[in-house]
Write a new protein. Structure first.
Ligand SMILES: *Cc1c(COP(=O)(O)O)cnc(C)c1O
Length: 360
């Protein structure tokens, strides 16, 4: 079986975890600090704040940017549910606009059109490891004095014009096992702003600036040193992992027939968290059955855009059409792209898909 995702855990990670267990310092401690410093450096920012997950990173980042009840945050419906749910957690309202059909990312023109007097932030999601059109989005944000909160949970090390994901505003990352690097569970917030960084640290830990004095509402969203030890070892391998993902993507782009392969616009460095193709209308189910039969893993990210999720429709009353997101949900198929793929795996994936697509 060729799996859709495969975390690569080596001796470095195992050794690092054993050292933490032997140290007697298990909760947030020196490894978390070291991981934060190295992560900030990887992104090219001043501060990184580790959290318990990507979802809690998003939640804290929104709160630290002052998002709350009555506010609107513009984001994409074509993403993992946590992007939008984190907005709901603050009491604010996710406002969904449609995507660009080529990149699957937020369409900046539609973002500009959706801005109202209630809009407080834009949350671009750098889906599948490709940055959004940040020039256009930053322009809208600057014009209306909006916070920029990047959901970079799939974009560790991705670049636009030489600048890394997480360096365009307040960045948020996930370290879940399927992501480009993992800490088992974990998240990271990135920022150049001293005050926002300080606020994130307070919200992460019970709203506490001074031990057992609580001036605001906070949470326990800390990362443990055990998880940070894994993450730090993984971070050292990120560039190699991303290069392997890019090499696999180049191979697929050169050899796959009959499906629409991803394109990387000029000026962007993709990190291929997912390698996502479009399958011509009506053929996706049959292709998935074929892959299944040949022991090839795959994923549909995502089968239901968030504005059509049951909770959003039934409980929150969302009722809108976003045709590109809806069409993407019908057509996308993600193939194994992770660094553990072998040459034989790649050949088998290509041969299986091409044989199916060419047999009409
Ligand atoms: C993974 C992911 C998240 C949530 O991260 P967790 O670590 O699973 O909480 C949020 N947004 C996107 C786009 C993701 O891919």
């Amino acid at each position: 079986m060729i799996s859709i995702a495969s975390p690569l855990i080596g001796d470095e990670e195992k050794q690092a975890v054993l050292e933490v267990l032997d140290s007697g310092m298990l909760a947030q401690g020196p490894r978390v600090k070291a991981f934060e410093d190295a992560f900030a450096q990887m992104c090219g920012v001043q501060h990184a704040i580790a959290t318990s997950s990507g979802t809690t990173a998003l939640h804290v980042a929104l709160l630290a940017r002052g998002i709350g009840p009555g506010d609107e945050v513009i984001t994409t419906p074509f993403t993992f549910i946590a992007s939008a749910n984190s907005i709901l957690f603050t009491g604010a309202k996710p406002v969904f606009v449609d995507i660009d059909p080529v990149t699957f990312n937020l369409d900046p023109a539609q973002v500009a059109d959706a801005i109202t007097e209630k809009t407080k932030a834009i949350m671009p999601v750098h889906l599948f490891g490709l940055l959004c059109d940040m020039d256009a989005l930053l322009d809208s944000a600057a014009r209306h004095d909006l916070a920029m909160i990047e959901d970079a949970c799939q974009a560790h090390g991705a670049e636009y014009q030489g600048q890394r994901a997480g360096a365009f505003g307040t960045g948020t990352f996930s370290l879940y096992p399927t992501k480009n690097i993992t800490s088992a569970e974990g998240g990271m917030i990135t920022t150049d702003d001293d005050a926002i960084a300080a606020s994130c640290r307070v919200i992460r830990q019970h709203g506490m600036r001074r031990r057992y004095y609580h001036d605001e509402l906070g949470f326990n969203f800390r990362m443990t040193d055990v998880h940070a030890a894994i993450g730090l070892a993984q971070l050292g391998k990120l560039e190699r992992f991303n290069a392997a993902r890019n090499a696999n993507a180049a191979y697929f782009n050169a050899h796959l027939r009959g499906v629409t392969v991803p394109t990387v616009p000029e000026g962007y460095q993709h990190v291929f968290h997912q390698y996502t193709v479009r399958v011509p209308e009506g053929r996706r189910d049959a292709l998935m059955a074929q892959l299944q039969e040949h022991g090839i893993g795959f994923g549909v990210y995502y089968p239901v855009p968030i504005h059509q999720q049951t909770y959003y429709v039934n409980e929150l009353g969302y009722d809108q059409q976003l045709p590109e997101a809806e069409r993407a949900a019908e057509e996308v198929l993600s193939l194994p792209i992770h660094p553990a793929l072998t040459e034989a795996d790649r050949e088998k994936i290509v041969a299986t898909i091409n044989a199916f697509m060419e047999a009409v």
